[in-house]
Design a protein around this ligand. Structure first.
Ligand SMILES: C[S@@+](CC[C@H](N)C(=O)[O-])C[C@H]1O[C@@H](n2cnc3c(N)ncnc32)[C@H](O)[C@@H]1O
Length: 229
């Protein structure tokens, strides 16, 4: 038996216990905008350095050049972007959520799509997992429209290929337990989906974005896509 995708259900994220949150939670619907706004508000001062972000930064540094116009789409708390800016790269940071904990970083976050220009390189780190496939298709269409010809998109996602079958089964069973616990005690939220590599690659290729590289980097997959005509 091969599982195609798995739900990510949890009761905490970014050091925030979901019971502290003031928004409606759900183990069947994806997080609302209010969920992201609220979690970033609560996580202020709680965020510690994520080790996996160092891997993402080290990979990106190999692909991004100082002359490139770069966009981080769904930048979140900007742990990666802060380092890239310090390294001398020109990066626009976009996220639909407000309240992002950035006092320390002093980075201006763009919240409106109309603020975006055309880019040579766009990177998207752990964002697509939190969207339905239909929404991903729409976002890719938009991102392609703001990417220069021969521009590149880099994706980082946790995928099924990062998990052994026993780990997949464990997550599946834990999800059932969490749905059960949520029913009685509340405090759990569906955060998104772990999908397989093929699902992501298929959507990009549908949009005439050519897969140039696919690499397992620890607990994530890294994809490089090139914009054709
Ligand atoms: C798990 S965080 C990842 C943050 C950051 N990229 C990182 O790797 O640390 C997911 C982020 O995606 C953002 N996001 C989700 N859907 C989005 C959309 N349609 N447009 C822009 N940002 C989105 C959320 O607000 C959240 O900040």
């Amino acid at each position: 038996m091969k599982l195609k995708s798995l739900k990510i259900i949890n009761c905490n994220w970014l050091n925030v216990d979901f019971k502290e949150m003031t928004v409606q939670l759900s183990t069947s619907s994806l997080p609302s905008n209010a969920f992201f706004n609220n979690i970033y508000f609560l996580t202020k001062k709680k965020i510690k350095q994520h080790t996996d972000k160092k891997i993402t930064y080290n990979i990106l540094r190999q692909y991004l050049k100082k002359k490139d116009q770069i966009l981080s789409y769904g930048c979140g708390s900007c742990h990666i972007e802060k380092k890239l800016l310090k390294y001398g790269l020109s990066v626009d940071c976009y996220d639909k959520a407000k309240n992002i904990a950035l006092e320390k970083h002093k980075i201006k976050i763009l919240n409106k799509k109309t603020q975006l220009k055309k880019y040579d390189k766009i990177f998207i780190s752990n964002v697509f997992y939190s969207m339905k496939l239909q929404k991903i298709k729409k976002e890719i269409s938009f991102l392609k429209s703001i990417l220069h010809h021969n521009g590149k998109i880099f994706i980082f996602e946790h995928t099924m290929e990062n998990l052994k079958f026993t780990q997949q089964l464990k997550i599946f069973l834990l999800n059932l337990i969490m749905i059960f616990k949520n029913y009685f005690f509340g405090g759990y939220q569906l955060l998104g989906y772990i999908r397989n590599n093929k699902t992501y690659i298929k959507i990009f290729e549908l949009h005439k974005l050519k897969l140039k590289k696919k690499q397992n980097i620890g607990n994530m997959f890294f994809f490089e896509f090139l914009k054709l005509k």
